[in-house]
Design a protein around this ligand. Structure first.
Ligand SMILES: Nc1ncnc2c1ncn2[C@@H]1O[C@H](COP(=O)(O)OP(=O)(O)OP(=O)(O)O)[C@@H](O)[C@H]1O
Length: 263
């Protein structure tokens, strides 16, 4: 049975994430200021905005890497994420992929996936445990999902840049998060890898909620469903890509305050 059929993953009523009046300060500098943000279970949400808008900081708060100085961050309506450590948040079901790779190049693709699967259980002894039939089937399913089933026995170090990124995503998927946070998943990829990454995001989104921080506007145009535009630590606009593209305020923050130049 597909693993997502047994869990109450998608509940269209309760937001999977609700952020209220969030503030994050770094030595007095407010990187996030009064931010409100809501994400429904099952969404594929793109976060965009100029450099320094606070996109990465928001993901850092959601995964527990950065603690808010004010405000609420609720997971599934009741769990206050600000009270949990990073590893506990991972256990709760929020997976974060950073840009820097964390795979073991000397291990095979499959071994990297298995290590990640066992880490989730949090017991060192499980590293020595035998893989169950169910786990093997999970592994196979996720390898197929990320397009690396044919490379399961290859050393991870021999993969292309794009394939390494997919393996990292696979290592998150195998931990069965309900919410996946991805920072520029297509950065540095070839055109064909970028296309495959977009398709992968949509496949993942058929069973999980996904938030993607992205700079590549062509990628956003091609693959985004709903887009949140951030600016100066808060949400500037939210909507479909078409709404966002037609918005004067969004154009202004991206194009360096056109209005001011012409006044
Ligand atoms: N650890 C930190 N200490 C001090 N300032 C920080 C720290 N992390 C982020 N900032 C500052 O907070 C602001 C928001 O940064 P953040 O990285 O979240 O923006 P971003 O929208 O992700 O930008 P980019 O698109 O350039 O990655 C920036 O001004 C940044 O310099």
């Amino acid at each position: 049975m597909p693993y997502n059929e047994t869990s109450p993953r998608i509940n269209a009523r309760t937001p999977i994430i609700r952020v209220e009046e969030l503030e994050v300060s770094f030595d007095g500098f407010k990187a996030i200021r009064g931010l409100n943000f809501s994400l429904e279970a099952g969404e594929l949400r793109f976060l965009i905005g100029p450099n320094g808008a606070g996109k990465t900081t928001l993901l850092d708060v959601l995964c527990g890497k950065v603690k808010p100085s004010k405000g609420k961050v609720l997971f599934k309506g009741q769990t206050d994420l600000s009270k949990y450590q990073e590893h506990q948040i991972a256990q709760l079901g929020i997976g974060r992929k950073f840009q820097a790779p964390s795979i073991f190049g000397t291990l095979t693709v499959e071994e990297n996936m298995l290590l990640s699967m066992r880490q989730k259980r949090g017991l060192l002894s499980t590293l020595l445990a035998k893989t169950t039939k169910e786990q093997r089937s999970r592994l196979q399913q996720d390898l197929e999902m990320i397009g690396l089933a044919g490379k399961a026995k290859d050393k991870a170090g021999s993969l292309s840049h794009g394939e390494k990124q997919w393996l990292e995503i696979g290592m998150l998927l195998i931990q069965e998060p309900e919410l996946l946070l991805l920072d520029e998943p297509a950065a540095g990829m070839t055109d064909s890898e970028t296309e495959k990454t977009g398709e992968l995001l949509h496949r993942i989104n058929s069973r999980q909620t996904v938030v993607v921080v992205e700079h590549d506007m062509e990628f956003v145009r091609r693959f985004a469903k709903t887009v949140t535009v951030m600016h100066e630590g808060t949400v500037l606009r939210e909507g479909s890509m078409q709404d966002i593209q037609e918005d004067d305020k969004v154009a202004e923050v991206y194009l360096g305050k056109r209005g001011e130049r012409h006044d």
